[in-house]
Ligand binder design. Sequence first.
Ligand SMILES: C[S@@+](CC[C@H](N)C(=O)[O-])C[C@H]1O[C@@H](n2cnc3c(N)ncnc32)[C@H](O)[C@@H]1O
Length: 234
Amino acid sequence: MREAEASAIAHRRERRHSRAPARTAAQRMKDCLTFPLRALTLFHDDRWGLSSLASERFDYVSREVTGYCLDVGCGRHNRFIREYLDANGHGIDVYAYEGLSDENVVEDISQFPFKDGTFRSVTFIANLNHVPRSLRDIELAEAWRCLTPGGNIIVTMGNPVAEILVHKVVALHDRLFGTEHDIDSERGMDEEEQYYLTDSEIIERLKRRGFADIEKKYFWTQWGLNHLFVGWRK
Ligand SMILES: C[S@@+](CC[C@H](N)C(=O)[O-])C[C@H]1O[C@@H](n2cnc3c(N)ncnc32)[C@H](O)[C@@H]1O
């Protein structure tokens, strides 16, 4: 995508940054009580009156977004920006998944195709561990450059054991039931990708790239087995 197009999109950013919390307290309680069942069956789509892990994750992240948002590693259909931020943002990915256009697919991800300070928030949702190790600092530096001062970065990551289990369960589910939930296998994982990153690696990398006031927040409806980090570009 050309930089001019990207900056035109940026002008649409003066809008509500995150929709109202989609889940009631009763829904969250139900989700919390059924977490093991959801973890084994509901990866992407809500069903049986319960929230999927993905939609719940998007919900937690959307509450941290402060304005026009860049979602790095957006995955199929650019779902977070389209469904959770009322399209107030832009998703990019390295792979041409179903539902992505040329605007979303970035050939050289070491240079985000946006001007300095284009975004109020940048998100890496279930993604930073899938960025090859040697690219992580480079992409975090790009995130910092593309953020406006006062903007924030949001990085989600699961607990190490949960991350390994979820990756295995999703792959097994696809094999047994012929589903296609495992988007990492569709793309083919690079040997520099990992199933999870430790807190210390994430915090160190964020600090090294200039992010401050880093905070960790747990997803309590997933029994604390998933969490996010928020950091700020001062
Ligand atoms: C587990 S998926 C998460 C997708 C989406 N964010 C979600 O939460 O559903 C990991 C994503 O990281 C993307 N990815 C792989 N390498 C990447 C890179 N170098 N930079 C950014 N994203 C990358 C993949 O293509 C994939 O869409």
